[in-house]
Design a protein around this ligand. Structure first.
Ligand code: RTP
Ligand code: MG
Length: 139
């Protein structure tokens, strides 16, 4: 059975450009309930832990530098079929391939600075939620 929660974070390009409110509005209008939310900074080391699955990829070092370059807004979201529906809402990794109306089509600047993250599985949604939020913050 699919879990009803996913994890997201608004990335540094989008917070720097003042898109945080607009992105949260789209998320709520799409029917997601915000379970947990904060604004925080990742160190390069902690960004590396978050994206450890990509450690061997050529873009990993740049990704960690970018993800620690400014504030991020991590959130836990709730909705039926949350993981898949949220990936649809954000669109393709490369904004050039993202569908009209998706968050990345609207706000992403490049393949790397692509405005927002969305978990790719129920298992990773739980791991990523616990990376940023204590159990007592996930209500
Ligand atoms: P995310 O994990 O952030 O939701 O993105 P995703 O699943 O759509 O893409 P993924 O393959 O997991 O890549 C993670 C993030 O790494 C950056 N990236 N840069 N320069 C490149 O070729 C490249 N490829 C990926 C992006 O910020 C991507 O979201
Ligand atoms: Mg991913």
């Amino acid at each position: 059975m699919a879990s009803n929660r996913t994890f997201t974070m608004i990335k540094p390009d989008a917070t720097a450009d003042g898109h945080t409110g607009a992105i949260i509005k789209l998320i709520e209008e799409a029917g997601f309930r915000i379970v947990a939310l904060k604004k925080t900074l990742l160190t390069q080391h902690r960004a590396g832990e978050f994206y450890a699955v990509h450690a061997e990829r050529p873009f990993y070092k740049d990704l960690c530098a970018y993800m620690s370059s400014g504030p991020i807004v991590p959130m836990i979201l709730e909705k039926e079929n949350a993981v898949a529906d949220f990936r649809k809402l954000i669109g393709a990794t490369n904004p050039a391939n993202a569908e009209e109306g998706t968050i990345r089509k609207l706000f992403a600047k490049s393949m790397e600075a692509n405005a927002i993250h969305g978990s790719d599985s129920d298992e990773n949604a739980a791991i990523e939620s616990n990376f940023f939020f204590a159990t007592t913050e996930q209500y």
